[in-house]
Structures are given as structure tokens and as C-alpha cells.
Write a protein that binds this ligand. Structure first.
Ligand SMILES: *[C@@H]1O[C@H](CO)[C@@H](O)[C@H](O)[C@H]1NC(C)=O
Ligand SMILES: *[C@@H]1O[C@H](CO)[C@@H](O)[C@H](O)[C@H]1NC(C)=O
Ligand SMILES: *[C@@H]1O[C@H](CO)[C@@H](O)[C@H](O)[C@H]1NC(C)=O
Ligand SMILES: *[C@@H]1O[C@H](CO)[C@@H](O)[C@H](O)[C@H]1NC(C)=O
Ligand SMILES: *[C@@H]1O[C@H](CO)[C@@H](O)[C@H](O)[C@H]1NC(C)=O
Ligand SMILES: *[C@@H]1O[C@H](CO)[C@@H](O)[C@H](O)[C@H]1NC(C)=O
Ligand SMILES: *[C@@H]1O[C@H](CO)[C@@H](O)[C@H](O)[C@H]1NC(C)=O
Length: 849
């Protein structure tokens, strides 16, 4: 009858029962407090419901064995276990059979140690004695929604966490680490069999000998090897259905670690060392209600197993077969053709005696997983020095060089590997894996080296397409630049061209047979109709290069239409070509470009329409900003960083946005960010790193100093804008505003000063202080300050920024220290001679040079 009364009664009754029971209460929600017991049949479920901690039975063996573990809470069937506590000490059912008697249980003993005991009270597993002396009855064990079980002291310090004690599974956020000092690291160990979590014979971790590759061991012998790290801080793998796996490598003076994350909204993804010795990546397919195996190493062919192809042999991934390195032939041709490769290969032509100058040369083999057992030559060598290092040492048989600029925390800018013994476990990588490959330079007799290109079909297979595509790209950019120069002679053609089809595209030199490109050119008349002749009521914004309208095309499709200002000096042709290139950029953190229109002097771009407004309208609105709590803001920061990284690096073109700002970050219904307005970005050739322009475009406050003063822009000018945006998101203060920054001349000066004084916490927007993680905010502010350094070379690349964020637990301590930005004094001067300092509109400054 009276519901509220009966609810109160129930609560009271439970409390009474709890008090009456001889045993403490069961845990509630996502944590286990001191004095609580977790019993079989009960579980602790993480806050967001993704993971559960409890007792499970892995197979149907009798007597049944129970284990304490963590599994995916929302995945049906037998639990998919990601972590096991008592791997070697199961709880046998014959001990628990007496249902009324004592049961096995997990508890926090001595306030800080997790202890699993069996029914008779014997200890089956403990999380180890914590070194912290001051224990407190208010510590607790929390199962976080990423699957990490953390024992926390009352002040929030993690005393122990399951992510530091991995079993056989790597899930997002978890690291594979190795300390540079102790050369010890995390080792993942397979289960003994699919039904037995006891440690099996396969293990996986960072190779302690070289620390820049990962090894899978069978017992103590290497069984498979990852490609050697080439210094790319973050690699992206598209695995279909919109899911992207980001793998980050972080190298600090303390430790090297790698971890992965998946794109927002992707289904659960995990890497496992299986009991049969495969390193596999699985993704949950909800439709099929099963785990899909996305990839598996060493894989079924066996050819990529460690050393399988013998000395100087290599595994050709594409053909799944062993081959001899270029300039080598099988030692025993008969055995080789029988599929026995252990004897390996030998030189077709012996090397000249040592000391004969010019008697030997180097033959490049691109896209290789370079051999194991290399020597790491320290000390910042250039490519030439690395080659010389090998050339001048007669026992050196090969070398490989990598540029580390994007990643090294230790200040090394390059990596030089040399080999002095047999070359073992080489592999030619293809397709998706090719990004992890590098060029191996083989020392061969000079005759072989000069014949190399003709003799080696394999090298040709790779080199030719690469050369061809480089040539094509060069042509495209030549054309593009020539046309750009020719802009004075542009024609006022008004012919309406409805479709730019694949054939036009191919004329440009770009061959793309995989996709039948249909890039719609929409008629101006249709756009006039869609926007009711550009009526003010349809206008939804004013962007960097013109006004933006909402329009409905005749098929009912709602779009955003950007009308570029007429004084743009770009010709119609190159505008179209560029729009077409841009339309090929697809990323969940970029707004999709759907089409364009060029007629008469009009240039319009048609984008997907996002009903939510720009980030600025929420972030800087007193009434609305509390909608953006800290996790949401962090999500926005990460999303923008990923989108920008894609523009800079992953799209294979280098695209510089040039006008990144809060109003160009649109939010979708789930507050996920999409970068807009990159349609006017400049596209760079592969090797072009910076450019000059007489016409500076961008938004005051977000423009990097070197761009504003000298017109030089590069990816680092976008990094600057990103830094400003980051500080805005954390502080909730507009860069162009003087409110909320106390007596400081600018937001940057404000953030920097407080950060230096150790009061970075005060930078954080008070409207989200409640949800804010101090550590995360500190890292964000720190990264923001690094991004807004005056000197472009001191700013990190977006790959490093993304890597910092993907690696969740990077501490502010491990980042370089930002230096005082000089730019804010200059901004102060400029502010005085700008009439309207609150003007957030994009401005175009014509530099008289
Ligand atoms: C329970 O069964 C296991 C496996 O058969 C056995 O080793 C153990 O001694 C049994 N324990 C008791 C208390 O009977
Ligand atoms: C708890 O602390 C006592 C004394 O410090 C120690 O003897 C005991 O082994 C500890 N228990 C556990 C489960 O760590
Ligand atoms: C938190 O408490 C632990 C002991 O429980 C102590 O070692 C640590 O220094 C404290 N951290 C902070 C930030 O107060
Ligand atoms: C792992 O090593 C053991 C012992 O050396 C061997 O018997 C077994 O076949 C190996 N497993 C695989 C998959 O190679
Ligand atoms: C999931 O499984 C279904 C049925 O097997 C398949 O059609 C679908 O392509 C799978 N989805 C993904 C994303 O792999
Ligand atoms: C060649 O290089 C190896 C490995 O760095 C080194 O051990 C050896 O002494 C070098 N030999 C000469 C002649 O420099
Ligand atoms: C490598 O060179 C860079 C710049 O050239 C320098 O900053 C760095 O300190 C050098 N590192 C080492 C280990 O010599």
C-alpha cells in the first residue's frame, strides 16, 4: 500500500539481519570494504557494469574447481575471464559441499591485503603484503569499469592493482612494461589448457635483452617475436566495423611500456596468450554473440615462428612461405623444397676479404620485421653514420635505421641496429602489418648489390609500387602547385558539372580502383533552394572562411553548407580537387564532407549536419557548462587529439587544419567531438614539413606565434591551437576572455603561472571540480602548456599527445617541463591595439611581405 514505508522497512530489516548474522555483510556495488566478505555466488560489479569480480568454474571437471577472477559482466555464457587470482590453488567443490558451514571467501585482511581463503580458513591466495605501514579500516578494493581491481588507501592512493599482476589477457588500459633499471617487467602467462588457469608453458613480455621488441616464449625459448619498435608512438589498426585499435608505446627514463585502447563505442576487445601458444586479438560480435578472432600470431602457417626459416631465411607473410634473403640461396636445396628450413641459406657470392674498400655494398629490403639478436648502437646516429658503423666493421652483416623524433623521451633522435651474427627470424610484412616494418640493409658483395634490383624480384615487387606511388604523389602536388600559381588566369566558367567521377580523378594521376569515387558536385541553384536563398534564418554559424547555413536538399537530406567568402584567392579547379581529397578523409572525430559546389565566383562545401552546436556554445555558457563533467571533457580532448593525429599523420596526407578552435569542434548527441572546417586546410606533400604563406588565416588567440609573425605554418601550429583549446576545456575560460584569469594577461599566462606554483588545480573549471580527477587534469594542463610553447620544435607531435592520453596513467612527472611562454607578453600588446578583444571571429591578417 504505502510503498515508501515498505521500502524503509526492507532496508531496516536487512540492517537488522546484517547485525544479527555472525558473519560480516556482503559487499555492495563495485567495491569490497574492510570487514566485508565476497562469497561464492556473489559478485562485485564495476560502476559502469562492464566487469564483474567473483568466483567462477572454468570447465566441467569433477570435482568442480572454483577460481576467483574478473570477467566481462555483459557477455553471456561461461564467463570470459580476463584475470584470475588463485591460478594454481583452486577451491575444490568437495570442500564447499556443506552448504551451511563456512565457505571460501575473499576479504581485505590487515586492511590492505586481499586474501582468498578456503572453507577451512586456509589461505589460497593473497595480493601480497603491502609495504604501506599505516593501514586504515577505511581502505577498500574497487573494481573499476576498465576491469582493474584496485586496493585503495583512504586518500585514494592505489596500494595494489590487478593490472600490475596480469595473467594471460591484455585489455585496454593495461600495460606491458619493462623497467630500464631492473630489466624486469610484466609477464603474461598462458593458461595450462582452456579449462585450467594454472600457468601454462607460454609467456609474453618485453624482451629484456633489447627492450624494443616483445617476445612470446615457449618455456625459455623464444617462440614468436613482435616487429621491432620503429619509434612510432601510436600506431592505428583499423579492424573493421568502425573499430580502431590504437597501440601506444611510451619510453621514459624509467620504463618502456606499450598499451592499447579502442575507439569510443567499440565492442570489447582483448589480446590473449592462448594455451596453445598463439597471441590472439578478439573482439566481441554482438550480432553473432561470439568472440571473433581478429588476428593471431604466429598464425596457422607457422612460417613466422621464431627462427622457422633458418639463418638468412625469411618468412614471406603474403605467401606464408620461407624464402632466402636477397643474394642468398638455400644451403640444401633438396631439404628446402621438402619444407625443411632449419639449415637456412648461404651467400650466393662470398663477401670480399675484409678491408677491401668498395668490395661490398648494402642491399635494401623494405617492409621487413628485422632479424632478432641485434645490437643497439647508442648515441643519436644519423642514417649515414649508422651505415658507416656497419660498413667499417667487417663482422657486421646488416643494419637498420629508424627516426625516433616523434617519441623518444630519453632525447635520442634515432635508432641504429646492427647485426654481427647470423640473421635469424626475419619476416616480410604485408598489408596491415607493413606499418610495423622497416628497411633492412644487407651487406652483400658489390656485384650482388648492383645487380640487386634486377635479380631480386621480391625487392622489386615492393620497391616498384612504392616508387610509383611516390612519383604519382609528386605529380599530384606539382600539378596542384602549378595550378595554384596559375590562379590569375582562372576562367569564369559557369558550366554546371554535376559529377566529378573516378575518371576525372584518375586524370590527376591518382589511381584508385578500389573505390568507385562519386563525389557529388551540387548545383548552385539547388543550394539556393535548400537555404532559402541564404536566408538569415538558415544561418547557423560563421566559420573561418565564410558563413555556414543549414539546408535541406531535395532528397530530404539535412546538411550544413559553408559558403566561402568571395575574396578567397583559390581557383575553382584546385578548390574542387582539394575538396575531393578532403572528402576522402574519414574519421569518427572529423565532420564528413559530402560534396561541393563551384559556380561563378561561388565556392561552397557541403558537410554532414550535426544538430548539436559547437563546443564553445556549451563550454563557455555559465548555465550549460556543467553538462560537461570531467570524463566528458577528457573524452572531448582525446577525440580532438585523435582527429588531429589522423589529419596530420594517419590519413597518409599531411593535412594542417590551421583553424582549430572551440567553435570548430562540434559535439554529437553523445558529446563526442568532431572536428569541423578542415575543408580549408592545406594539404602537404609527404616530405614537406612546413610552408610559408603571405595570408595568415586562423583565429586570434589560437594562432601560433611563428605563424602570426612570420606566416610559417606546420603541424606544430595546429599543436599550438590544440594546446590553447585544451587549456580552454580544462579551465572553461575562453582564450579571448579576461574573466576568470585573475590579474594575468592571458589564459596561457594564467595556466602557466599557477602550474609553476604547483597550484594547477586552481586552473580547473570550478563548475566540474566535483567530477575532476586531479591527476588527469594536471596531465592535461601540463600537455597544454607543452603544446603552447613558443618554439615549435619544443611542442610535441600529436602522436606523442595521443600516446600520453591513451596511456591513461602517465604522470605529469614523466613529461618534460614547459618553459615560460614569451608569447603572452606579446599578446598583451596586441590586445591593446585590437578594438574588440572579445571578438572570437576568425580574422584574416594580410602580411605586407
Ligand atoms: C578434494 O578433491 C581434490 C581433488 O580430487 C583432492 O586433492 C582433495 O584432497 C579433496 N579434498 C578433500 C577435503 O577431500
Ligand atoms: C597481517 O599482519 C600480521 C602482523 O603484521 C601478519 O602476521 C599476517 O601474516 C598478516 N596477514 C596477512 C593475511 O597478510
Ligand atoms: C596516502 O596514504 C598513504 C598511506 O596510506 C601514504 O603513503 C601516501 O603518501 C598518501 N598520499 C597522499 C597524497 O597523501
Ligand atoms: C613447446 O616446447 C615444448 C618443450 O620444448 C615442446 O614439446 C612443444 O612442442 C612446444 N610447443 C610448440 C607449440 O611448439
Ligand atoms: C558479426 O557476426 C555476423 C554473423 O556471423 C556477421 O554477419 C557480421 O559481419 C559480424 N560483425 C562484425 C562486425 O564482424
Ligand atoms: C664490430 O662490432 C662488434 C659489435 O659492436 C664489436 O664487438 C667488434 O669489436 C667490432 N669489430 C671491430 C673490428 O671494430
Ligand atoms: C640527441 O640529439 C638531440 C638533438 O640533436 C639532443 O637533444 C639529445 O640530448 C641527444 N641525446 C643523446 C642521448 O645524446
Amino acid at each position: 500500500m504505502d510503498l515508501s514505508r515498505s521500502a524503509t522497512c526492507t532496508v531496516a530489516a536487512v540492517a537488522v539481519v546484517c547485525l544479527l548474522l555472525p558473519r560480516p555483510c556482503a559487499p555492495a556495488g563495485d567495491h569490497l570494504a574492510v570487514g566485508e566478505l565476497l562469497l561464492p555466488g556473489k559478485s562485485v560489479v564495476s560502476d559502469g557494469g562492464a566487469f564483474a569480480l567473483g568466483f567462477f568454474v572454468p570447465d566441467d571437471a569433477t570435482p568442480a574447481r572454483q577460481y576467483l577472477g574478473i570477467w566481462y559482466n555483459n557477455i553471456p555464457g561461461r564467463p570470459t575471464v580476463v584475470w584470475v587470482a588463485n591460478r594454481e590453488t583452486p577451491i575444490f567443490a568437495n570442500r564447499t559441499s556443506s552448504s551451511s558451514g563456512p565457505a571460501p571467501a575473499l576479504a581485505l585482511a590487515n586492511d590492505t591485503t586481499l586474501v582468498l581463503s578456503d572453507a577451512s580458513g586456509g589461505v589460497l591466495w593473497t595480493s601480497g603484503v603491502s609495504s604501506v605501514g599505516s593501514s586504515s579500516s577505511s581502505s577498500s578494493a574497487v573494481l573499476k569499469n576498465d576491469g582493474n581491481l584496485v586496493v585503495r588507501s583512504p586518500n585514494g592512493t592505489a596500494l595494489w592493482q590487478s593490472f600490475d599482476h596480469p595473467t594471460d589477457t591484455l585489455i585496454p588500459g593495461m600495460k606491458v612494461r619493462m623497467s630500464h633499471r631492473t630489466l624486469r617487467g610484466d609477464i603474461f602467462v598462458s593458461w595450462k589448457s582452456p579449462g585450467d588457469p594454472a600457468p601454462g608453458s607460454f609467456s609474453y613480455g618485453v624482451d629484456p635483452g633489447t627492450y624494443i621488441q616483445l617476445l612470446l616464449w615457449n618455456g625459455t625459448r623464444p617462440y614468436w617475436r613482435s616487429p621491432v619498435w620503429t619509434g612510432i608512438a601510436v600506431t592505428t589498426n583499423y579492424i573493421g566495423a568502425g573499430t580502431v585499435i590504437y597501440t601506444a608505446v611510451v619510453d621514459t627514463t624509467e620504463e618502456i611500456s606499450t598499451a592499447f585502447t579502442v575507439s569510443d563505442g567499440a565492442s570489447p576487445t582483448r589480446y590473449v596468450i592462448t594455451s596453445s601458444g598463439e597471441f590472439q586479438v578478439f573482439s566481441w560480435n554482438g550480432t553473432a554473440s561470439a568472440w571473433a578472432t581478429l588476428d593471431s600470431w604466429p598464425g596457422s602457417s607457422g612460417c613466422s615462428r621464431y627462427g622457422y626459416c633458418g639463418a638468412y631465411g625469411y618468412c614471406d607473410n603474403m605467401a606464408a612461405a620461407c624464402r632466402c634473403l636477397d643474394g642468398f640461396e638455400p644451403v640444401n636445396a633438396a631439404e628446402w623444397s621438402d619444407g625443411r628450413f632449419d639449415q637456412g641459406c648461404r651467400r650466393k657470392e662470398a663477401l670480399p676479404p675484409c678491408g677491401v674498400l668498395d668490395g661490398a655494398g648494402f642491399l635494401p629490403m623494405p617492409s621487413m620485421k628485422v632479424p632478432g639478436k641485434f645490437l643497439l648502437e647508442g648515441g643519436n646516429r644519423s642514417a649515414e653514420e649508422c651505415a658507416a658503423r656497419c660498413a667499417t666493421n667487417c663482422s657486421c652483416v646488416a643494419y637498420a635505421y629508424a627516426d625516433l623524433q616523434s617519441s623518444s623521451a630519453k632525447g635520442e633522435v634515432s635508432r641504429c641496429l646492427v647485426w654481427v651474427g647470423d640473421l635469424i627470424d626475419t619476416q616480410m610484412l604485408d598489408g596491415r602489418m607493413a606499418v610495423n616494418g622497416e628497411t633492412l640493409y644487407l651487406r652483400v658483395a658489390v656485384a650482388v648489390a648492383s645487380r640487386g634490383r634486377n635479380a631480386s624480384k621480391n625487392a622489386l615487387k615492393i620497391v616498384l609500387p612504392v616508387l610509383a606511388s611516390v612519383l604519382m604523389l609528386t605529380c599530384i602536388f606539382c600539378l596542384w602547385f602549378c595550378r595554384f600559381r596559375d590562379k590569375g588566369r582562372r576562367t569564369n566558367s559557369t558550366e554546371s558539372q554535376n559529377k566529378l567521377t573516378a575518371s576525372n580523378w584518375n586524370e590527376m594521376g591518382q589511381v584508385d580502383h578500389t573505390e568507385d569515387l562519386e563525389f557529388p558536385c551540387i548545383r548552385f541553384a539547388d543550394i539556393v533552394a535548400a537555404t532559402r536563398n541564404f536566408s538569415e534564418t538558415c544561418m547557423i554559424g560563421r566559420g573561418g572562411f565564410g558563413k555556414v547555413y543549414k539546408g535541406t536538399l531535395d532528397r530530404g537530406q539535412v546538411v550544413a553548407i559553408k559558403r566561402l567568402s568571395k575574396n578567397s584567392d583559390q581557383g575553382a579547379e584546385e578548390f574542387k580537387n582539394e575538396a575531393m581529397l578532403i572528402s576522402k578523409l574519414q574519421h569518427r572525430n572529423l565532420v564528413r564532407l559530402l560534396g561541393c559546389c563551384t559556380e561563378a565566383a561561388e565556392k561552397l562545401l557541403i558537410y554532414e549536419y550535426l544538430p548539436n552546436k559547437g563546443l564553445d556554445t556549451i563550454l563557455f555558457d555559465i548555465a550549460m557548462k556543467s553538462v560537461l563533467d570531467w570524463p566528458t571533457r577528457l573524452g572531448i580532448i582525446k577525440g580532438v587529439a585523435r582527429g588531429l593525429l589522423y589529419l596530420h599523420q594517419d590519413s597518409r596526407l599531411t593535412v594542417i587544419h590551421r583553424d582549430l578552435k572551440a567553435s570548430n569542434v562540434l559535439l554529437d548527441a553523445e558529446m563526442r567531438p568532431k572536428i569541423a572546417d578542415f575543408g580549408m586546410a592545406k594539404i602537404f606533400g609527404d616530405n614537406q614539413v612546413k610552408a610559408n604563406t603571405k595570408r595568415v588565416v586562423g583565429t586570434y588567440g589560437y594562432i601560433a606565434p611563428e605563424y602570426l609573425t612570420a606566416g610559417v605554418f606546420s603541424v606544430k601550429s595546429d599543436v599550438y591551437s590544440f594546446g590553447v583549446l585544451l587549456l580552454e576545456i580544462v579551465s572553461g575560460v575562453r582564450i579571448s576572455s579576461s574573466d576568470g584569469i585573475m590579474e594575468f594577461p592571458s589564459l596561457i599566462a594564467f595556466a602557466w603561472s599557477l602550474w609553476r606554483e604547483g597550484k594547477a588545480r586552481d586552473v580547473v573549471d570550478p563548475s566540474m571540480a566535483g567530477s575532476c580527477s586531479a591527476d588527469e587534469a594536471l596531465v592535461c594542463i601540463h600537455v597544454g602548456l607543452l603544446c603552447v610553447e613558443d618554439e615549435p620544435s619544443r611542442r610535441p607531435l600529436m602522436s606523442s599527445v595521443v600516446s600520453i592520453f591513451e596511456n591513461g596513467s602517465v604522470s605529469s612527472m614523466s613529461l618534460p617541463t614547459p618553459i615560460q611562454p614569451a608569447y603572452f607578453t606579446m599578446m598583451e600588446e596586441r590586445r591593446d591595439d585590437t578594438v574588440n578583444t572579445r571578438n572570437t571571429m576568425t580574422m584574416t591578417i594580410l602580411e605586407g611581405r
